[in-house]
Design a protein around this ligand. Sequence first.
Ligand code: PLP
Length: 402
Amino acid sequence: MINENFLKLSESYLFTEIARKVNAYKEEHPKADIISLGIGDVTQPLAPAVIEALHRACDEMALAATFRGYGPERGYDFLREAIVENDFRARGIDIEADEVFVSDGAKSDIGNFQELLSRECVVAVTDPVYPVYIDANMMAGREIVKLPCTVESGFVPELPSEHVNVIYLCYPNNPTGTTLTKEQLKVWVDYATGENALIFYDAAYEAYIQSEDVPHSIYEIPGASSCAVEFHSYSKTAGFTGIRCGYTVVPKEVKSEKVKSEKSSLLETISLNKMWNRRQSTKFNGTSYLSQRAAEAIYTPEGKVQIKATIAYYMENARMMREALTDMGFKVYGGIDAPYLWVQTPGDMTSWEFFDWMLQSAHIVCTPGVGFGAQGEGYVRLTAFGTHENTEKALRRIDSKL
Ligand code: PLP
């Protein structure tokens, strides 16, 4: 017997449909120079400090004396300590190394963490949303509540009107590129504390934050370390989409409940840190030594400067796109503290109609907003991960075709 919940998932329609349309267009117009502002992958190479660390780690693997086999499931101490020191203590956040779990990237941890919860948990996600939160919970058969993020509310979701057990938040946001201030995030931490709910906080784009009042970690908000789990990725921070490395913070204080005995309604609280450790040591055999040495190099003085330069490169694309598209008359959101721009389609064009126009008239690929949820209708997502040259060329083309 199969898990029929899988049959309830919508087809991974968005990127397949985009690829189908682009390929069909290329077949008909083989000479068309198509520029993608749609993909979420990076284009710039790894930082030199990361490359050097990878070479060194490779050389270690070549000698019996320094060869490494299976590593600790939670990750090597050298990386977990660098994380604690640089990503948390430097910001005045008290996180211990045994609250950090190194992974092969945020997607697997985000997808897997829900395994710790019962099927009965009600899960809230924003609309539009990074689809992994929904699909992972649908596979487990959970009820999902959508929190609309509309232009009227600055794409900030409202608190759920019914009780929910878990809320997924992603800031800076994919796909809208918007953020929450400390004050706005505090509303969610207070809600979760009051409702005994958990927040699963996706901080994959934290490194792109430029504004002072935007928190880099949910643990900057008092009370968060007893209700929030935070997911980090080096994919966009340092171009690790191919190397694969990230980490998840599960503070020891974060607990969820279990009924103590069938007959009584007494509740017992269980540490999610312990449960996640148990889960990982059963189902995960650690992140590659090479990837962890590569990630450690990001925290060296040279590494920090180099990854900042690449982020600045992408954010310059974001600035160019925001300014040029606004001058052309588009309503543009995001792109200030995030590598994503959320652009309202002109007139009353749907997301897909504007996608078709962009492809056919300007030879540019964007991502239709409706693919991220019903509230994304009437928007497209553009990414700043291209090269300067392609980004400039794409903007000139859009301008000339309007
Ligand atoms: N979270 C968000 C919001 C993302 O957009 C992505 C990747 O695009 C991820 C997580 C996954 O990152 P990783 O490459 O570390 O699995």
